[in-house]
Design a binder for this molecule. Sequence first.
Ligand SMILES: Cc1cc2nc3c(=O)[nH]c(=O)nc-3n(C[C@H](O)[C@H](O)[C@H](O)COP(=O)(O)OP(=O)(O)OC[C@H]3O[C@@H](n4cnc5c(N)ncnc54)[C@H](O)[C@@H]3O)c2cc1C
Length: 477
Amino acid sequence: MKNVKIVVLGAGPAGMSAAWRLSQLGYPVTVLERDSAVGGMGKTIAVGKYAVDYGPHTFHIRETDESRAIHEAIKPFFGDDPLILTRGTRVLLRGKEYVYPLEMLQVLTGVSPLLSARIVFDYLVATLKSALAPAKKEHSFEEWGVRNLGRTLYDLCFGIYSARVWGLPTSQISSKQAQRVAKLNLKNIILRTLGVRADPATYFTKYMYPRKGISVLYESMAAAIRRAGNCILLESPVVRLERDGDRIARVVYKQHGREQTIDCDGVLSTLPLPSLVSMMTPELPPSVAQHASKLRYRSLKLIYIALARAQLTDYHWVYLLDEQYRVNRMSEQKNVSGDMVPPDRTILCIELSCWRDEPMWNASDEEIYRIALRDLLKMGYGVTEDEVEDYYVTDIPTAYPVYELNFEDHLIPVLEGVHAVPNLLTLGRHGLFLNNSMDDNVLLGMKVADHIAADGFNSQAWLSEMLAFMNLRFAGK
Ligand SMILES: Cc1cc2nc3c(=O)[nH]c(=O)nc-3n(C[C@H](O)[C@H](O)[C@H](O)COP(=O)(O)OP(=O)(O)OC[C@H]3O[C@@H](n4cnc5c(N)ncnc54)[C@H](O)[C@@H]3O)c2cc1C
């Protein structure tokens, strides 16, 4: 074993991948996790007699060298005979289903002729304006959308839905939020209409999935970490990072209500940045905490509804774009893996986003279920209340980093503030405030381990690498 003791904070995809790779490289590692299981948001939970993911979680396969390298490295962790799925997602728009990512021609032929004409007219005007006007940097998601898609298509397909998901008018959301849809430009629409796959990084069509749920992936990694002689402590929330001078010397966590301490040479954190900043003892400069308090997370309620029928749809999930819905998405676990749900039953997961300081967050499970049921009955799949056998409500407090306008003015000082601690590196969705997916976070876990092996805890070099990485993702690459 190498002589550098590393503590990893959080056992989600980023933390587990980092700990696994460091274990392979011979480092002594301890992972501290608040939850009673590994996987973070990528975990499988039991709901009555069903196994379901904590919100639908499939592992993306992109046609890029980076993605191929990740899959090659972690394929053994997917268990026997993993599923390779073809993306089966839809949107419900004006009462009709459309393939997602949206196909422009399908939308145009699906909506009323009048609406279709408005979409085309607005789109052409927007395209002309974009071509003629000097390239101006869009600031808000709305500006980006109207400029690239035209007002009608933008409102219909992105504006209404995004305002509900993020809980803000899209004029107050940064255009960086467009990272996921950034490829829906004229060039791509033409290429896709001609049947040419435009950008493999964005338009992936395949997923990989362990037959018994996404947890298998991270539990298998946990087994490899333990086989290497390293340690994962569950139900062990981190409470304090104690510094001697600049460097973190000890990590304090709670177990069975009592504080415990681990000495360390370096720390990798996947925790939400505001929590991380609040744990630092002595404190970081007050401006870092002030900026951290401006980084907001959107929370999710997950409502699982078990139905006394074999199947509701053929889809992995369906996005609900219309104004009439309060919930964002409905997914059906058995369509991802039939091994997780009995053949004669199905279970749905419905997602509803809210802020933690609004009454919805504290509403009773029954009230939340009623909202989800009301929307489910509206979806047009013929569900009746009599079919509901059971329901279960849980939540994800920090589901989505929210990109408010100019959020970087707060994010960058926070990232600089925490990386001023020379033996602390942050990564993952919360450690970077980056709305990314599991494959990205596995990549970051592997990258950080290789960075330490090559260069030790060089927090400034890691920060530069991460800022460059984030800029690529913000640009939709
Ligand atoms: C509803 C939903 C659906 C999604 N679907 C997909 C999908 O289909 N495919 C995909 O690739 N990605 C998906 N994602 C994104 C995916 O969940 C994230 O990319 C991934 O989980 C982030 O990994 P992470 O390790 O960075 O963070 P997390 O998974 O959030 O892990 C962080 C860990 O830190 C722990 N922690 C927090 N505070 C403390 C503390 N004080 N002490 C100790 N531990 C602590 C948490 O309990 C958690 O286990 C989805 C996200 C959501 C919200």
